[in-house]
Design a protein around this ligand. Structure first.
Ligand code: BV8
Length: 258
């Protein structure tokens, strides 16, 4: 028997003409990728992610920060997209004009078949020069990366010799303007926004579901916990992405099956 909330959300999705799927770190949790709220481990356990994901931390200790991102990139390379990522790709295939907007810096949406997701906070796979901003080559992830991580001095730019930095948006840095604008436009013109696995605490990304609600879209939230986005959600599905999203797709497009 399908949960009434899932059935309501499924009806909204099936009737949608334009959808946005907005995801946070919880989307990748069941792929074994720690969320931002999870405590850091190993070499970085004494740090708060928010303090480490800053230009100041990279300036003060480039090897500590570059080592952290290399450890995370290796973890993502070893991870697999979960059933939630696959369900998001299935929604894109069925709802015309679906835009995936993610805060995540992993590539699991792409590997599950999502087409051109908007990365509001950049990517682990787009390093660039910290001075001239030229894109830097992405080396193969280190196979014997120690579980506790290690300090790794960042490579130098082939053009100007400055240190290479991760291609992510750090706290205190502006989001990529065009990407954010496209995401806001999609949120303002969709009729359904599905927000999955985000605490809704990091701005301006957390504005996206609120923009959708302000412009009259129905917001569906998938998260085991309550978040500030409960206030704008028409349907709150309290559960894990890899469990709820496939159920949502089944209820919406495979009638007769729970
Ligand atoms: C900026 C890349 C200005 C790095 C990240 C108001 C307006 C504007 C800015 C601010 C503002 N107030 C404060 C700010 C400053 C700051 C901010 O928002 N601070 C917060 C903490 C208050 N914002 C910024 O600094 C932004 N920049 O504003 O610049 C500016 C303008 C012009 C010119 C110069 C400057 C930049 C923010 C981007 C930071 N970078 N990531 C990296 O990854 O290392 S953000 C980081 O947090 C990740 O991207 C992460 O995705 C994101 C948000 O976290 P979530 O995705 O929500 O993940 P989280 O762990 O928090 O939650 C996980 C959720 O999943 C939980 O709810 C959990 O219940 C759920 N969950 C768990 N398991 C599952 C699950 N859900 C489903 N299924 C499961 N299995």
């Amino acid at each position: 028997m399908t949960d009434p909330g899932v059935r309501e959300a499924a009806d909204l999705l099936r009737q949608a003409r334009r959808a946005v799927v907005f995801t946070g770190a919880g989307m990748s949790a069941e792929s074994g990728v720690p969320t931002f709220r999870d405590a850091l481990t190993g070499l970085w356990q004494r740090f708060d992610a928010q303090a480490l994901a800053t230009p100041e931390a990279f300036h003060d200790d480039p090897a500590l920060v570059w080592g952290w991102y290399e450890w995370r990139r290796t973890a993502v390379a070893r991870a697999l997209p979960n059933a939630g990522h696959v369900a998001v790709a299935a929604i894109e295939a069925r709802v015309p004009h679906t835009v995936v907007v993610t805060q995540n810096v992993d590539d699991l949406h792409e590997r599950a078949g999502s087409v051109d997701p908007l990365h509001l906070h950049g990517s682990l796979f787009a390093p660039r020069c910290s001075a001239c901003a030229r894109p830097a080559p992405v080396s193969d992830p280190v196979v014997d990366e120690p579980a506790d991580g290690r300090r790794v001095a960042p490579p130098s730019c082939g053009h100007c010799s400055a240190p290479i930095r991760p291609g992510v948006v750090w706290f205190g840095e502006a989001l990529p303007g065009e990407t954010l604008e496209t995401a806001v436009e999609a949120a303002a013109s969709c009729d359904v926004l599905l927000t999955v696995g985000t605490s809704g605490l990091v701005y301006p990304a957390a504005e996206i579901p609120q923009v959708a609600a302000r412009f009259g879209a129905a917001v569906i939230q998938v998260n085991p916990q309550r978040t500030p986005l409960d206030a704008v959600a028409a349907v709150n599905l309290r559960g894990r992405a890899a469990e709820v999203l496939p159920a949502l797709v089944r209820a919406a497009w495979e009638t007769g099956r729970a």
